[in-house]
Design a protein around this ligand. Structure first.
Ligand SMILES: NC(=O)c1ccc[n+]([C@@H]2O[C@H](COP(=O)([O-])OP(=O)(O)OC[C@H]3O[C@@H](n4cnc5c(N)ncnc54)[C@H](OP(=O)(O)O)[C@@H]3O)[C@@H](O)[C@H]2O)c1
Length: 246
């Protein structure tokens, strides 16, 4: 299988690529010319590196990059700097999701492409009843106003959920929602939930980036897992306490 990863130079994207390589997959990465990637990828036959700015890439050019890909994963996110948060492109993730979906439609695949979007436990799945308290509503309202990456994450997930939906013959999708991201060296036990089991605002859980990478890689390579989570927005947490394992 060949998988395109965008946001591959990021902290989670790198983990996803490494997990896919461990599973024997072929990976294409699109990274900015300034993006830093591990030296090992340069010498790795199973990694194809495309240097391009995704927000300056046209749909025909993208269609050329993805024509042999059976899955596409986005780990894009705004850099946590003033420019990354408040500068352009304000809709980095949403625009990339739309571009990639349009590019898939340019060369219709025989079987649907799996599309995986890394998102956040701070976003709700509006296909389900995911109630939040008045306090959470207030904080999320403020985040929408003051932190442009948050509405971008919401709009990107909504593009798949609403615009692509569950009846598209070319694209199947899942939106992976980790909680507070941490860095670990090894994959540890983690659990995927249909909806958040705790408040992302007032009682956040932890999700290591390597576990996000492992879960996304398994979704791509294991059809039973894919069939369980396609068209859903799994929330994943590291298993930290004995009682959570039950
Ligand atoms: N922080 C948290 O606790 C948390 C929790 C849940 C979800 N999330 C979400 O998780 C996602 C990824 O997190 P992360 O820590 O892995 O992110 P990260 O390390 O900052 O990686 C972001 C990726 O996006 C790319 N990118 C940023 N701006 C770009 C632009 N203008 N054009 C093209 N590429 C661009 C970066 O490329 P360069 O390497 O070239 O900069 C990098 O590959 C984010 O969407 C975030 O909202 C975060």
């Amino acid at each position: 299988m060949t998988i395109l990863v965008v946001g591959a130079s990021g902290a989670t994207g790198k983990n996803l690529v490494e997990q896919l390589l461990k599973m024997g997959q072929e990976v294409k990465v699109i990274v900015r010319p300034s993006g830093k990637i591990p030296d090992s990828w340069i010498h790795e036959d199973k990694v194809a590196i495309i240097k391009a700015n995704i927000n300056e890439t046209g749909v025909d050019e993208m269609a050329g990059y993805i024509k042999d890909c059976q899955a596409i994963a986005s780990c894009l996110g705004h850099n946590m700097s003033w420019r990354g948060i408040y500068g352009k492109p304000r809709r980095l993730v949403t625009d990339a999701v739309r571009l990639l979906c349009d590019a898939i439609k340019k060369n219709p695949p025989e079987t649907p492409v799996k599309f995986l979007l890394m998102n956040t436990a701070g976003n709700r799945n509006r296909d389900l009843n995911e109630p939040i308290s008045f306090g959470e509503k207030l904080v999320i309202g403020l985040l929408r106003l003051l932190l442009p990456p948050h509405p971008d994450n919401e709009a990107a997930a909504d593009y798949l959920r609403v615009n692509i939906g569950q009846n598209d013959s070319l694209i199947e999708w899942t939106v992976v929602r980790p909680d507070t991201l941490t860095n670990e060296d090894e994959v540890t036990e983690y659990k995927a939930h249909v909806s958040p089991s705790r408040s992302a605002i007032f009682n956040p859980g932890k999700t290591s980036r390597i576990n996000v990478g492992n879960f996304m890689a398994k979704l791509i390579t294991e059809d039973a897992l894919w069939n369980k989570w396609r068209w859903k927005m799994p929330v994943i947490y590291n298993v930290e306490y004995q009682e959570e394992k039950r």
